[in-house]
Design a protein around this ligand. Structure first.
Ligand SMILES: Cc1cc2nc3c(=O)[nH]c(=O)nc-3n(C[C@H](O)[C@H](O)[C@H](O)COP(=O)(O)OP(=O)(O)OC[C@H]3O[C@@H](n4cnc5c(N)ncnc54)[C@H](O)[C@@H]3O)c2cc1C
Length: 427
C-alpha cells in the first residue's frame, strides 16, 4: 500500500497526539513563567533593548543583574553557559567568603540574601562568625551549588531580568544612547541596544573585545579541577577535592579547552594511581564540568587597587563596598595565605570598576582593576558579589539619569545600595 504525503497514518496520529500534549505542556509552563513562552525560530536576528546589559552570569554578574533590575532598570543578562553562578556552581567552588571581618559583617545585600537563603533551603548551617581564633576559611559559607543556581535564577526572573543563556557578545559598538551589542548563540543572533554594560565575565572579556586596556602576568596562578572520589558527594556539607591545573587560562575557547583537557587528564591519572600500586580502584563520584580559573586578565581602571592600599585598608573617597580576605597567591608549590593586620578592612572604589577612559561600561568580579597581589585577595566571592551589587546600582542610576557611571552622584549610589541592604564604607 502506498501512503499519500497528506494522508495521516496511525504512526502519524500518535506523533501528532504527542506533539499536542507537548504543546499543552509548553503552554502550561508558559503560564507559570513568562520566559518559557515559545519564541519564534531564530532565523534572522532577535532584537532587544535594555537599560543595563550584564555580560556573564557568574558570582558578580548574577548580583549585578538582580540589583540593576530591582533598582528599576530594564535589565538583560547574557551568559555563555547554561546556568548562573559561574565559578561557584560550574566551577564547584561553593564556599563563598568572606562576609565578615574581625567579628563584624562587612558585606551583606543581595549576595548575602542569596547565600543565606541557599543555606536555609538546604537545611545547612552558617559558620560561627564571632569565633576569632580560627583560620579565615572557617568563616566561608558552605553552600549547595545546585540550590544556589536555582535560587539565583528565580531571583533574576522575579526581579524582571531577561536571561539569554548560551549566548556571548561578538561585538559592541557605541551608539547615540549607549551601546549596540551583537550576540550569538547556537541558532541565535541577537542585537541588544542598551545604555550601560557591566562586564562580569571574570577576565574582562568584553572590555578586551572593545579595546579597553587589560593587565595580565606572564605566568598566572593555576586553576583547579574539582572532583570527588570515594564516598558520595554531600553538596553544602563538604568541599570537593581539587587538583591544580597549571597554565589554566580562561582567555579564549582554545585556552579553556586546553585547561579542561589538562584537568581531566589529571583526574584520570589520580584514578589510576591506586590500582597501579596494587590497591583498590578509586571510584569517581563527582567531576565538575569545567576547570575553575583563578587568574587571567584584570581591567586597567581609573584607579588600580595596589597591594599597599589593600594592606593599609585604604578607605577611598569613592568607596562603594568592602572586601576582606588574606593575600592568596597560588604557585606551583601551593599557597601560603598572608593575613591582614588586625582590624584592617580594605575597600573597593568605584573607579576600580570603571575601565580607564571608558564611558557607559563598568566591570565587576575578579577582573577588578588591581595589581596582582591585591587581586589575589579581591577575587573572592563575597567581594565579587559586593562589587556586582555596586556596579548594578551605579549602572541603573546612570541609565536612568542618561549619564555615565562616574558622573552619578556618589550619594545616590550609596543611598540605592543601602536601600538594597548593602553595607557601604563610611556609612
Ligand atoms: C579553585 C578556586 C578556588 C577558589 N577558592 C575560593 C574560596 O575559597 N573562597 C572564595 O570566596 N573564592 C574562592 N575563589 C575565587 C572565586 O571563586 C572567583 O574569583 C570568583 O567566583 C570569580 O567571580 P566572577 O564573577 O569574577 O567570575 P565567574 O564566577 O567565573 O563568572 C564569570 C561568568 O561569565 C561567563 N562568561 C565568561 N565569558 C563570557 C562571555 N564572553 N559571554 C558571556 N558570558 C561569559 C562565565 O560562563 C561565568 O558564568 C576560588 C577560585 C578558584 C578557581
Amino acid at each position: 500500500m502506498t501512503t499519500s504525503r497528506n494522508a495521516i497514518t496511525r504512526r502519524d496520529s500518535f506523533r501528532l497526539a504527542g506533539a499536542a500534549a507537548a504543546a499543552a505542556a509548553t503552554a502550561r509552563a508558559a503560564d507559570a513563567n513568562p520566559q518559557a513562552q515559545p519564541t519564534a525560530p531564530a532565523a534572522g536576528e532577535l532584537n532587544d533593548d535594555a537599560d543595563v546589559l550584564v555580560v556573564g552570569g557568574g558570582t558578580a554578574g548574577t548580583i549585578a543583574a538582580i540589583q540593576a533590575a530591582r533598582a528599576g532598570a530594564k535589565t538583560m543578562l547574557v551568559e555563555r553557559g547554561s546556568q548562573l553562578g559561574g565559578t561557584m556552581t560550574v566551577g564547584g567552588v561553593a564556599f563563598p567568603g568572606l562576609f565578615h571581618a574581625w567579628g563584624k559583617q562587612i558585606i551583606a545585600g543581595i549576595g548575602w540574601e542569596l547565600v543565606t537563603e541557599t543555606v536555609a533551603t538546604d537545611g545547612g548551617q552558617l559558620p560561627d562568625f564571632q569565633a576569632q581564633k580560627v583560620p579565615h576559611w572557617k568563616h566561608q559559607v558552605q553552600i549547595n551549588p545546585y540550590v544556589y543556581a536555582l535560587l539565583a535564577e528565580e531571583k533574576c526572573l522575579q526581579a524582571g531580568v531577561k536571561i539569554a543563556y548560551y549566548e556571548f557578545p561578538l561585538s559592541a559598538e557605541k551608539s547615540a544612547d549607549g551601546w549596540s551589542v551583537r550576540c550569538v548563540g547556537p541558532g541565535t543572533r541577537r542585537r541588544i541596544a542598551c545604555r550601560q554594560i557591566i562586564d562580569c565575565t571574570g577576565g574582562g572579556d568584553l572590555a578586551g573585545m572593545i579595546g579597553l586596556e587589560r593587565l595580565r602576568e606572564d605566568e598566572t596562578q593555576p586553576g583547579s579541577i574539582l572532583y570527588k572520589v570515594g564516598d558520595p558527594y554531600q553538596p553544602g556539607r563538604e568541599q570537593l577535592q581539587a587538583l591544580y591545573v597549571h597554565g589554566a587560562d580562561s582567555s579564549n575557547s582554545v585556552t579553556r579547552t586546553q585547561a579542561n583537557l589538562t584537568g581531566r587528564q589529571a583526574v584520570l591519572k589520580r584514578l589510576r594511581e591506586a590500582p597501579a600500586k596494587g590497591g583498590k580502584p578509586a571510584r569517581l563520584i563527582h567531576l565538575q564540568s569545567e576547570t575553575a580559573f583563578r587568574e587571567s586578565y584584570r581591567v586597567l581602571g581609573e584607579t588600580v587597587i595596589t597591594h599597599a592600599d589593600y594592606t593599609a585598608g585604604r578607605v577611598y573617597d569613592d568607596a562603594v563596598c568592602y572586601a576582606f580576605y588574606p593575600f592568596d597567591l597560588h604557585t606551583r608549590t601551593g599557597v601560603k595565605p598572608k593575613p591582614l593586620a588586625k582590624g584592617v578592612v580594605p575597600t573597593v572604589p568605584l573607579r576600580a570598576l570603571a575601565p580607564k577612559t571608558s564611558r557607559n561600561i563598568l566591570v565587576a568580579g575578579r577582573c577588578v582593576s588591581s595589581d596582582r597581589l591585591a587581586n589575589s585577595a579581591l577575587r573572592v566571592q563575597a567581594s565579587c558579589m559586593a562589587m556586582g551589587q555596586a556596579a548594578g546600582a551605579t549602572a541603573a542610576l546612570a541609565a536612568k539619569g542618561k549619564t555615565t557611571p562616574l558622573d552619578v552622584p556618589l550619594a545616590d549610589i550609596h543611598r540605592t545600595l543601602r536601600e538594597h541592604k548593602a553595607i557601604v564604607p563610611g556609612a
